[in-house]
Design a protein around this ligand. Sequence first.
Ligand code: NAD
Length: 434
Amino acid sequence: MNITVAGTGYVGLVTGVCFAEVGHQVTCVDQSQEKIVLLNLGISPIYEPELDGLIKKNSNAGKLAFTTDYEQAYAQSDVIFIGVGTPENEDGSANLNYVFQVAKQIAESITRDCLIVIKSTVPIGTNDRVETYIKNHLKHKVAVEVASNPEFLAQGSAIKDTLHASRIVIGVESERAKDILTSIYEPFKQPILTMNRRSAEMVKYASNDFLALKISFVNDIANLCEAVGANIEDVTSGMSYDGRIGKKFLNPGIGYGGSCFPKDTKALHWLAEEEGYVLRTVKAAIEVNEKQKFKLISKARNEFSSFHGLKVAVLGLTFKPGTDDLREAPSIPNVRLLLNEGARVHVYDPVGAENFEKLFPTEVVYEKIPDKALEGADICFIFTEWEEIKAIDLTLFKEKMKEPFVFDGRNCFPLEEARTAGVNYFSIGRPDVK
Ligand code: NAD
C-alpha cells in the first residue's frame, strides 16, 4: 500500500515518519520547497525530540521520501492522509483553505482508487464536504472515499505520543475504509475506536476543549487562591487523589497557547453558535485564558509604577517546553506590551529564540544564557518551564539582577527556596515572597 501524507508540519511529518518506522512505504508532500530541501538532507524543519534520527533512519532505509511534486505522489497513492493546517479565521471559525487546496490537488491528480484520510482538525461535517468536493472534481474515473482520523499528539512528545498513542480514532462510513485504516494502524498495537465521521471529528474538538477547560478552571481557582490566602499547589494536590479528577493538567500558569487549544476552543464555540447553541463552558475557558495571559504584567504593575527604561529579562518564549513553536505563545503579547511601554527586553529560550527573532528581529536582545539576560535586570518574567530554566539556582537572580523581582508564570521554583535566596518572587496561585 502506498501511503502519502500531505503537509510536513508537526502532525504530517510525525505521522509520515512513524508510519515508515512501523514498516509502511511513505511519501510526504509539502508545498514548501524550503522544508522539502531540508528533509531530503535528513534535517527536520521543526524541533521535536527523536524526530531527526527517525527521518534519517527511515529515509536511508528507502521507506520515507519527501517531495513537492504532489501530482506524481498522489497519482501513485492508495491512501492519502491530509495533515495541513486549519488556522483560525478572524471570526474564530476554522480556516479550511489549505484542506480544500489539497482536496483540489488530489481530485486532479489521483489515477487509482484512493482512500483520503483527514488528520487535520476540522469542523464537524468537513469530511462530508471534502468527499463531495473531490467526487465532483475528479479528473480520472476512480473510486474515492474520505475518512476521519483525528490526531491527538502533543508537541514536545509527538513521536512518543504517535508510536504509543492512547487511542486511534477512526471515523468511517464503509467497511472498506475501516479495513484499510485498521490494517495501517495494526502494527502500532493500540486501541482502535471506530465510529462515524462526524463523531470522530467531534471527539477531537471535545477532547481539546475539555483540556482547555481544565487549564482555565485551575487558573480560575489559582487566582481565587491568591485572593483568599490558599496555595494552589496544595489545593491541586488534594484534588488529584480523586481518580475522577486525575493528576494531569492541573498546573496553574499564564494560560494555554499553541496552535491547537486557542483555535479549537474558538472554532467549536463558533460552530455551536452557527447551530443556534451557546457552549457556555467553552466560552468561559476562552475568556479566562485571554485574561490569564497578562497575569504577570498585572502583578508587576503592583510593584513597579512604570516599565519605561527598565531592563526586563524574559526567560522562556515558546508556548510550552519541548517545542520551537511560538503560535499563540503568551510571551508574544507580553513582550509587545513591555516594548510599547518603553522597557528594554532581553530574552532567553533554549530552542525558540530563532523563531522569535522572525517576529522581533531588532526590538529585543537575544541572549544565549540566562545569566546574560539577568545581568543588571530590574524585572524577570518566566513564561516557559524549560528544564534549563527550572534548573537555575535562585541565588543567580540575586547575584545578577539589580534587585531580584521575579514573576514566574509557570511556578518553576519552590517558595521556600525563593525565601532562602532572598528573591522577591511572584508566582501563580501561591503567596508572594517579598
Ligand atoms: P503546521 O502548520 O505545522 O503544518 C502544516 C503544513 O502543511 C505546512 O508545512 C504547510 O507548508 C503544509 N501545506 C499547506 N498547504 C499544503 C498543500 N497544499 N500541500 C502540501 N502541504 C501543504 O500544522 P500542524 O501543527 O502540523 O497542524 C496540522 C493540523 O493538525 C491542524 O489542523 C491542527 O489543528 C492539527 N493538530 C495539530 C497538533 C499539534 O500539536 N500541532 C496536534 C493535533 C492536531
